[in-house]
Design a protein around this ligand. Sequence first.
Ligand code: PHE
Length: 339
Amino acid sequence: MHNKISKFIQEAESFSAETIEQIEAFRIKFLSKKGVISELFEEFKILPGEQKKEVGQLLNQLKNTLQDRINSLKDQLGSEVTTSNIQDLSLPGTAINQGSRHPISIVRKEILDIFSRIGFTVSEGPEIEDDKHVFSALNFPPEHPARDMQDTFFIEKNPDILLRTHTSSIQVRVMENTRPPIRTVSPGRVFRNEAISARAHCIFHQVEGLYIDEKVSFADLKQTLLYFAKELFGEDTKIRLRPSYFPFTEPSAEMDVSCNLCGGKGCNVCKYTGWLEVLGCGMVDPNVLDFNNIDSSKYTGFAFGMGIERIAMLKFQIRDLRLYFENDLRFLEQFSSVV
Ligand code: PHE
């Protein structure tokens, strides 16, 4: 009996477990009513008196060892995260909400990508500008009524410091710093002192393009814009150019695309004309080239400019421009599937 108990003590000391269930099975084996300990006590009862003292001590030692071992293993498992009984690996994971891009960013990227594919670089410039970059270098003489076309926010007068009213100012900076051939698109935020409504805002975004090289013609402008319109609105898109006026281009035009909602038949988005106005464009006025030290007898160029809000309105059928600036999640989350 002596040997038997010693073996059990050894077994208890070396017992280890990875789950609560294993510990419980071990406890039942030894400490339950019909377990090893009970059996040993039965045997103990019928021992001759002289052996009782020694065997009794050993039995108590075994019982304590078992209890200590079970307690310490339980503690260990408890502090190691009791994974076995709380974690159900078949449960679906917790969804991580992904943010979405703002529709203006989506369309801005798309426009820049389309022009990058035909060799245009991307250029940026400051939002706070001087008179030269926004007006003078673009053939707006002082006191010229065309300055009133763009309701300017002035920060300082004489010399004038202002918030840029168009991203054509970036093109002036590019002309100052690079020589032709120039092929660049300039995205950016612009500011105009206008009352906020569903169709106008005092802050909006533009992308403008500039192409200057020898022998650039109006046909190049038209073909580039046709490619752009098809890439943006679909292969079946048609364009038309209507005469217009900008101080920095001559001749100037306004470009319409065939309405992508009704396919040109007429609907309330295109006001039953079948056409949607999307951008302004023209051949760079020779005065602008000369002002920026580009020889107008050698070089010609075209330029175009568009509002990103307007393009996004047409692409996503957004009716109110103010939605872009409110950052209402119910609006923004609708773009989470667009990359
Ligand atoms: N800068 C013009 C605007 O803001 C757009 C434009 C750019 C028109 C280039 C023609 C050529 O309205």
